[in-house]
Design a protein around this ligand. Structure first.
Ligand code: AGP
Length: 372
C-alpha cells in the first residue's frame, strides 16, 4: 500500500532515500569515541583473526559487487590476500582453503541458495565462515561461525539498494577490525577512516537532495538500446552494479567494464550516441587513477559516446569531456562507492519507471533466490 511505501511510488525509492539512516544503523555501537572498531558481537576471537592468512568472499549479484569493493579495502588495510568469487562458481570448484582461511558470505536475505551452498562447501574444508547479512536469524547466519548484521531494515524492492551500501560498510568494518587486531602498518588509517564513515550519513543526505538532474537525464536515456558503464579500482564494481540495476529494472542491455580493458575489445561497441556512464575517482586519491579514467573518457567520446560522468565536487578536469556531469560529495577513494552508486540507483529506477515498468517487481526475478 501507499502507506507502506512511506509516500513514495515504489519501495525502491523509499529504500534509496533510507540509505543515510541505514548506514548510520550499520555503524551504531561499532565505533568508539577513540576512533576504534568494536566488533565483540562477532564471535571470532582476536587469536582467530590473527591466524587468518587468506580471505574468500562469496556472494551473488549485488552482494557480490559489495564483495568486490571490499577486496580493495581489505587488502589495503590488512595486507591479507582476499579473493572474491560468485558463490555459484566457488561451490563447484576446488578452492584452496583450510582452517586459517576466513570465508565471508555476504547476503541481504540470508536465504540465497547459491551462497548457502558455497558456505557449506567452505565449512567442509574447515574454513571459518563469517556472514554479513541483513536478515536476523536467516539460514546463512545460522550456519556460519559468526555474523555481522547490517541492520539496514527490511528491503522489499527486488533491486537491492540500501542493502548494498550497508554491506559495503559492514565489509569496511571487518577490514578495519582485522587491521586493528593484527596491528599492522595500515592500522594507523583506522582512526581516520572511522571519522570518514561517521560523516557518510550526512554526505548521503546532501547527495540525495541533488538527484533532480539524474531524473531529468533518465527521461532522456529512456529509449537507449544499450548503456555502458566504466570505472577503475573501486569504481569498477560500481560500474558493474550500475549496469546490473539497469538490466534488472529497465530491461536495457547494459554492461560494466574496467575502464582499462576498453582498448582490449569493448571499445568496439562504442558508436555514435552510445551512452557511457563513467565513474571517476577523487583527483585527490592515490596514483594516476583519476588521470587514467579522464583519458578513458576522452577515448570513448572521440568515438562518439555520449558521456555521463559521475565525479566529485570541484573536479574541473572532467568538464570538457562530459556531456552530462553529476557531481557527488568529496569522498576518499576507498569509500567512494557509498556515494557514486547512489546516482546509478536513481538512474536505473527512473529509466525503468519512464519505460512503464513495475520497479519493485521486475519480470523474471524474485527477491530472494532460494533455488540453485
Ligand atoms: C540485486 O539487485 C539483485 N536483485 C540480486 O542480484 C541479489 O543481490 C542477489 O540475488 C543476492 O541476494 P542476497 O543478497 O539476498 O543473497
Amino acid at each position: 500500500s501507499a502507506a507502506e511505501k512511506g509516500g513514495y511510488d515504489y519501495f525502491m525509492l523509499k529504500e534509496i532515500a533510507e540509505q543515510p539512516q541505514a548506514i548510520a544503523e550499520t555503524l551504531i555501537g561499532r565505533l568508539t569515541e577513540q576512533g576504534e572498531i568494536r566488533l565483540d558481537e562477532v564471535r571470532l576471537t582476536d587469536q582467530d583473526l590473527r591466524d587468518v592468512d587468506k580471505i574468500f568472499i562469496v556472494a551473488c549479484g549485488t552482494a557480490y559487487h559489495a564483495g568486490l569493493v571490499a577486496k580493495y579495502a581489505i587488502e589495503h588495510w590488512t595486507r591479507i590476500p582476499c579473493e572474491v568469487e560468485l558463490a555459484s562458481e566457488f561451490r563447484y570448484r576446488d578452492p584452496v582453503l583450510d582452517r586459517s582461511t576466513l570465508v565471508v558470505a555476504i547476503s541481504q536475505s540470508g536465504e540465497t541458495m547459491d551462497t548457502l551452498m558455497a558456505l557449506r562447501h567452505a565449512k567442509d574444508q574447515k574454513a571459518r565462515v563469517l556472514a554479513i547479512c541483513n536478515t536476523n536469524g536467516s539460514t546463512i547466519p545460522r550456519e556460519s561461525d559468526a555474523v555481522l548484521y547490517t541492520h539496514g531494515g527490511p528491503e522489499i524492492a527486488v533491486a537491492s539498494t540500501k542493502a548494498f551500501l550497508t554491506m559495503v560498510v559492514a565489509c569496511y568494518l571487518i577490514g578495519l577490525h582485522l587491521a586493528q587486531v593484527r596491528g599492522i602498518k595500515y592500522a594507523d588509517e583506522v582512526g581516520a577512516v572511522v571519522g570518514q564513515l561517521q560523516e557518510m550519513p550526512d554526505k548521503l543526505r546532501t547527495l540525495l537532495g541533488r538527484m533532480d538532474p539524474v531524473r531529468e537525464l533518465a527521461r532522456e536515456l529512456a529509449s537507449a538500446g544499450t548503456i555502458l558503464f566504466i570505472g577503475r579500482h573501486v569504481g569498477y564494481p560500481v560500474a558493474l552494479e550500475g549496469a546490473l540495476k539497469l538490466k534488472e529494472l529497465a530491461y536495457i542491455h547494459a554492461e560494466g567494464f574496467a575502464a582499462g580493458e576498453l582498448k582490449h575489445g569493448p571499445i568496439a561497441l562504442i558508436d555514435h550516441g552510445t551512452p557511457v556512464v563513467c565513474v571517476v575517482p577523487s583527483p585527490a586519491g592515490r596514483g594516476m587513477l583519476h588521470d587514467k579514467i579522464v583519458s578513458n573518457i576522452q577515448e570513448v567520446r572521440a568515438r562518439g559516446a555520449r558521456t555521463i560522468v559521475i565525479a566529485e565536487d570541484g573536479d574541473e578536469a572532467v568538464v570538457p569531456y562530459a556531456d552530462h556531469l553529476i557531481y557527488v560529495p568529496r569522498t576518499p577513494t576507498l569509500l567512494a562507492p557509498l556515494v557514486t552508486t547512489v546516482p546509478l540507483q536513481v538512474l536505473a529506477c527512473e529509466i525503468a519507471s519512464a519505460r512503464g515498468h513495475d520497479v519493485d517487481q521486475p519480470r523474471n526475478l524474485a527477491k530472494s533466490v532460494t533455488v540453485e
